[in-house]
Design a binder for this molecule. Sequence first.
Ligand code: PGA
Length: 254
Amino acid sequence: MGRCGVRVMRKELIFANWKMHMTNSEAVKYGLKFRKLVAGVNADIGICPPFTALSDLHEVLRGSGIRLGAQDVFYEEEGAYTSGISPHMLANVGVEYVIIGHSERRNVFGDTYEIVNKKLWMALRHRFKVILCIGEDIKTRKSGKTNRFLRAQLKAAFKDIPDVSDVSIAYEPLWAIGTGKTATPKECEEEHKYIRSVVRKMYGDRAAEQMRIIYGGSVKPSNAHELKIQPDNDGALVGGASLDVKSFAQIVTK
Ligand code: PGA
């Protein structure tokens, strides 16, 4: 039961983010194995491969209930945008989910707050489900400004977005991504609670209670369970450990 009497069941959301790993043939092999390993699991499970493997992975996952996600989308419909991938292109290869605002997009490819907002707007307009990533770096955490920073990221991403019912938030502290250093269950719960409170202020009780807030940053089979059982954690976004099909299946089933 959520606060203020809003009763909501949030379905667990567990996604693999392969980043720039996996050729098509590797993705196909993985997909065939993975669908057997997680058959019957009751959660929203998905894989975000590189763009080049989307189409083939879609074929392999057909009928399995496993969702297909993209790691990014461009904020225009079409045109002279060399290397851009449009929402139509993604929808055409079976993509249902899109990651927006991953810290590597922000820090390596230069996605600004404004770009993240534009991508979010475009993705929602095309009825994708979005996994919006936010998270602080170590300097911000050490200086005690984590909440302020997360709030600023959320406010900027949600600027002029009237409805966030198709959005989930991945809390991914930068100091935990790919480092082997995971947020403790307590740190994870504290931030997720805070994030939910910001969503509550912006969109009300129902939206806050429905919002799936998942954790990302060195999730692996050995720590997945203790993170997953936190009351305000609704799943995981898994990078490195998702590259091994057995370990990702273990994370899903823990
Ligand atoms: P990691 O990456 O699991 O390798 O830390 C998570 C992410 O960046 O989504």
